[in-house]
Design a protein around this ligand. Structure first.
Ligand SMILES: Nc1ncnc2c1ncn2[C@@H]1O[C@H](COP(=O)(O)OP(=O)(O)OP(=O)(O)O)[C@@H](O)[C@H]1O
Ligand SMILES: [Mg+2]
Length: 309
């Protein structure tokens, strides 16, 4: 069965997002260290300029979702949002009354100690989970009580994920992993493959298109995951500790890449990180503690934000 046939079967028989979720869970073991078994430097084939002009504009600018901003409403608005986990007789509030507005084009860093609720917050913003209480508007649409299929559709169009566990599908090669989100969006697959090739070129992996995840180093897998996160050209990029386990060269590459996405492409970046160099790029920093927002700091060019705690 060809890849396209396999995906068509999956799409018709199952809920695509559930299939992807389960495949991704299976693939979780691919989160290995950033230096491969031969000791190669994962950053060795990185390009200096991730915005190489060598591929046509039609491929670069895929059909991005238009944001219906009216210049007033924030892109994301959270009103008194709670996430409560029940464990036996006890309840635990991972998020306890979050009020937060995020505007289009922001570079928002989320900081806070382990267990403070950062990933929980990202999961809610990324339509991966629903709040227990409260309201979340994404692009003026209330997403707090949607069915999973609708959440999956919005997630597929609006959000690019760069999470630490790369969640690549182990049986698909690099190019197929990058193409997959476009297949689920029913995109024109001739253009889709061109865009996948372009994105793999951008992340410096043109020569690894046919490699399975198990045939890539950790840094290379991270870069395939970045290429995949951009395949449907989402307006929002969510990143959870994207440079956590990487060597400094690959880490710097991701840093420059995120900066470019923000400044040159106007993407809204929301990122959990303890990397000071990334914090310096932020327009605002949100500090979480015990599921609550402790403070929000606005950063400027003259006075960039720091790891202020
Ligand atoms: N499914 C769950 N059931 C019960 N408690 C949970 C569940 N998921 C998360 N938690 C709890 O919610 C709190 C917030 O978790 P979260 O993963 O958001 O923290 P975090 O800030 O991302 O931490 P880290 O920096 O360690 O990644 C933690 O105390 C965690 O134990
Ligand atoms: Mg976390």
């Amino acid at each position: 069965m060809t890849l396209t046939e396999m995906i068509d079967t999956l799409k018709t028989k199952f809920n695509p997002s559930k299939v992807i979720n389960s495949l991704e869970k299976t693939a979780g073991f691919h989160n290995k260290s950033d230096t491969d078994s031969e000791g190669n430097d994962p950053g060795e084939d990185l390009k200096n300029n991730p915005y190489s002009d060598s591929v046509g504009d039609s491929v670069k600018s895929s059909s991005a979702v238009k944001i219906s901003q009216n210049g007033v409403s924030p892109l994301i608005k959270m009103i008194n949002v709670w996430k409560i986990y029940e464990m036996g007789d006890t309840e635990f509030a991972a998020l306890a009354g979050i009020n937060l507005e995020i505007n289009e084009g922001e570079f928002l860093v989320v900081l806070g100690p382990s267990g403070s609720g950062k990933s929980t917050l990202m999961n809610l913003i990324g339509c991966l989970d629903l709040p227990s209480k409260g309201t979340i508007y994404l692009n003026s649409k209330d997403i707090s009580k949607l069915a999973e299929s609708e959440l999956a559709r919005i997630r597929g169009q609006m959000i690019g994920f760069i999470f630490q566990s790369f969640n690549l599908i182990p049986t698909l090669n690099a190019e197929e992993n990058v193409t997959l989100p476009m297949e689920f969006q029913e995109a024109d697959m001739q253009k889709g493959r061109k865009r996948a090739d372009y994105l793999l070129e951008v992340v410096g992996l043109s020569d690894k298109k046919q490699n399975l995840p198990s045939q890539l180093s950790g840094g290379q897998m991270q870069r395939v995951a970045i290429a995949r996160s951009l395949s449907v050209n989402p307006p929002i990029i969510l990143a959870d500790e994207p440079t956590g386990n990487l060597d400094s060269k690959t880490g710097n590459y991701i840093l420059n890449f995120l900066d470019g996405l923000h400044k040159k492409e106007g993407k809204t970046i929301i990122i959990v990180t303890h990397d000071l160099e990334i914090v310096k790029l932020a327009t605002r920093v949100v500090y979480l503690k015990d599921g609550k927002i402790e403070k929000i700091e606005t950063c400027t060019k003259e006075k960039p934000c720091e790891l202020g705690y």
